[in-house]
Design a protein around this ligand. Structure first.
Ligand code: C5P
Length: 232
């Protein structure tokens, strides 16, 4: 089963994707790391982020097995990734890699911005995870404070809004909820409640395709899930 999870920065989609993959015994790819790795390779070589050809060449030679997540985290790399992610040629160079990952035996969970719309339009389960910009900024701000690199909340909120704007207005594969994706709004959900919501969607999908629901939720959700709705 291919499970596509999209959403904006700090929506909780990465945490959810990891938990779903662990629960379902599926491989997981955080596709944001690909764009971060391309941006980092330009920065490391002193190339400007405006150099689309260099970014495309770097994307075309990316090796999934060599991605080092720890060196790619952080808001500045996310901002740089968002800039090179707007180039259609960079995105095109990363399509096959993501589709091959998705098509491995058993399936996979991939999270990103365009997984349900462009990379895996036929994914059996599509989730769109979001939260208010203020709540996402609060989460990011708290991470920064705990990590010992505090920034003021208004700066973090402005960063989040800028990235949302760039990711959703670019012409190539903009951040969008696929028409058949289920919305999970995590503004008032903790990670466990979001996981329960996602597993309920997956179990329902399995039930309706008349196969044994081997991904049944482990019990009733601890929290009510009033924020789940299907986009009309
Ligand atoms: O998810 P993450 O914050 O790591 O992504 C960094 C940036 O990479 C995003 O802001 C977005 O511009 C880009 N990205 C994308 N498509 C994806 C994943 C990430 O454009 N599938």
């Amino acid at each position: 089963m291919i499970i596509a999870i999209d959403g904006p920065a700090a929506s909780g989609k990465g945490t959810l994707a990891k938990a779903v993959a662990a629960h379902c015994g599926l491989a997981h790819l955080d596709s944001g790391l690909l764009y971060r790795a391309v941006a980092k390779s330009l920065i490391d070589r002193g190339c400007p982020l405006e150099d689309e050809d260099a970014a495309t060449a770097s994307a075309a030679s990316l090796d999934l097995s060599k991605l080092e997540a720890a060196t790619l985290r952080g808001a500045p790399m996310g901002e740089a990734a968002s800039r090179i992610a707007a180039y259609p040629s960079v995105r095109a160079a990363l399509v096959d890699l993501q589709r091959s990952f998705a098509c491995q035996p058993g399936g996979a969970v991939i999270d990103g911005r365009d997984i349900g719309t462009v990379i895996c339009p036929n994914a059996e389960v599509k989730l769109f995870v979001t939260a208010s910009a203020e709540e996402r900024a609060r989460r990011r701000w708290r991470e920064l404070v705990l990590g010992g690199a505090p920034l003021d909340y208004d700066t973090v909120l402005a960063d989040i809004r800028r990235r949302d704007e760039r990711d959703s207005t670019r012409s190539a594969s903009p951040l969008r909820q696929a028409p058949d994706a289920i919305l999970i709004d995590t503004t008032n959900l903790d990670a466990q409640a979001a996981l329960s919501a996602a597993l309920a969607v997956i179990a329902e999908k399995k039930r309706t395709r008349r196969e044994p629901a081997d991904i049944a939720p482990r019990g009733p959700a601890k929290t009510e899930l009033p924020h789940i709705s299907e986009k009309p």
